[in-house]
Design a protein around this ligand. Structure first.
Ligand SMILES: CC(C)(COP(=O)(O)OP(=O)(O)OC[C@H]1O[C@@H](n2cnc3c(N)ncnc32)[C@H](O)[C@@H]1OP(=O)(O)O)[C@@H](O)C(=O)NCCC(=O)NCCS
Length: 165
């Protein structure tokens, strides 16, 4: 497995969407049950690139097998925080790629946010572990907030305070 991690480019749109869609369809770890249509994903990616949103992809022979991004909320009262979102195709999990992607994207986000949020579902042990490893702390729980393939689950809000540049 020769996987490289690099910043996303517009021509990754279809492959990035495919990766997102595969993970969404598991209905275990993402809010979405499927990825948005490609035209929407491409348009949003174009905007993200223009705004210099930190997004990294893990590519295996140019196929996107995972990604991590830090999004800024679109409303002023929340814009000091970043939301970490990430995923890997199932066959690429558990070998440290998630740690590398998250650490990389947090580095790109350094100096741009006062705090970072990582929202994970209660049963998502690997994401919880990853969050802890990167210095996120549990700051709140929404009980039975999401409906997944395995039933209702809690939404755990993990937070990490940062220093603005
Ligand atoms: C969450 C996710 C990104 C983690 O990436 P990964 O590459 O599998 O994780 P890593 O291999 O870097 O491991 C991170 C830590 O979690 C632990 N871990 C990995 N898989 C685990 C599992 N199934 N159960 C418990 N811990 C696990 C590892 O041991 C590691 O901790 P350590 O370094 O102290 O040993 C990946 O599993 C994934 O894409 N899941 C689906 C999408 C998702 O959950 N996204 C997060 C919410 S936005």
């Amino acid at each position: 497995m020769a996987v490289k991690i690099r910043p996303i480019v517009l021509k990754d749109a279809a492959s990035y969407r495919q990766c997102w869609d595969t993970v969404a369809k598991e209905r275990r770890s993402f809010y979405w049950y499927e990825a948005p249509p490609l035209s929407e994903v491409r348009a949003n990616l174009r905007k993200s690139l223009r705004k210099k949103t930190p997004i990294l992809v893990a590519v295996d022979d140019e196929r996107v097998v995972g990604w991590a991004a830090v999004y800024r909320a679109g409303v002023p009262s929340l814009s000091h925080g970043g939301d970490l979102l990430m995923c890997l195709l199932p066959e690429y999990r558990g070998v440290g790629l998630g740690t590398k992607l998250a650490a990389g994207v947090l580095k790109m986000a350094r100096g741009k946010f006062d705090m970072m949020l990582f929202c994970v579902f209660g049963k998502n042990k690997s994401a919880r572990k990853l969050g802890q490893k990167l210095g996120f702390e549990l700051c709140g729980t929404e009980k039975k907030a999401v409906k997944m393939a395995y039933g209702f689950d809690d939404l755990l809000i993990l937070q990490k305070h940062l220093r603005r540049a």
